[in-house]
Design a protein around this ligand. Sequence first.
Ligand code: PHE
Length: 340
Amino acid sequence: MTTDTTPTGLDALAAVERDARAGLAAAEDEPALEAWRTTVLGRSGALTGILRGIGALEADERKAVGQAANALKQDLEAALDARRAQLKAAALAGAEPIDVTLPGRPRRIGRLHPVTQTMRHILDILQRLGFAVIEGPEVELDEYNFDQLRIPKDHPARDMWDTFWIAEQEGRQGPRQTLLRTHTSPMQIRYLETHEPPIRVAVPGRCYRYEATDATHEWMLQQVELLAIDEGISLADLKGTLHEFARQVFDADTEVMLRNSYFPFVEPGVELAVKFRGQWLEIMGAGMVHPEIIEAAGYDPTRYTGFAAGMGVERIAMPLYQVDDIRNFYQNDLRFLSQF
Ligand code: PHE
């Protein structure tokens, strides 16, 4: 076999180039480009085969074919890059245009629940009035929730708070009856046990009542208890504090009324009501701390006096946010909650 007839000459190179260029023009996507690269420029590709065979050629032909083959290799690599860029440009041109001036889609961000907002508003005011904020347990002992607040077992006053009872707990002094606190007033007793007058505290927290719900009653409610004990505190201090509180918590033109009421742990007892949609809505109970409670805590009730109050946070949120049914607050309906 002579070198003139071997397929590794310039003719063969020209054939490889023809096929390669046709193949590249026909490649329409990245996998096709990659397959083309393998068959032409890959390790066992057509052009690579020619380059490998150069060593077997006659010296003069070897030079000519070698130069041409190397030049073709570079050409084809450049052609591959150009074809790839061309396909990319075509794909972009066919894609849906993006209008970068359009506003972005807004993210829905959370917000504070209206009762939380009301609670913060209330505590801000009370702290400015000089009350320190403290908290107490939601699972409470019968003694603190009732007995020590002068609400003995089997006393009709217990009917004022329908109770979620919890199974008896084994305490150090034997079994103790627990419940979900029906009000924040037990913290009056707990705080007096461990602190000396002068006392001025605000106690926010959840309370629970086993009762039928209606537009102004929920089985779970939030309260803020106030307790102020010192020498010389009088009913005038209670009235002044509640008046100032009401003036700050509502709009200045909101009508409020203080009226007589009864709670076993205060004497006298009062309640504060607010005019909402033509009716008086009770927002808190209050009164002068009963002397027996001060005495039981170890203080002389002729020297130390004080006032206490327990406000309903949802009841205050109702006129504030114009909500006429308390049950709306805890239904978790975003159509309602996202309004505030
Ligand atoms: N604890 C009472 C209630 O929940 C409110 C209250 C608190 C009344 C303090 C007087 C003094 O109904």
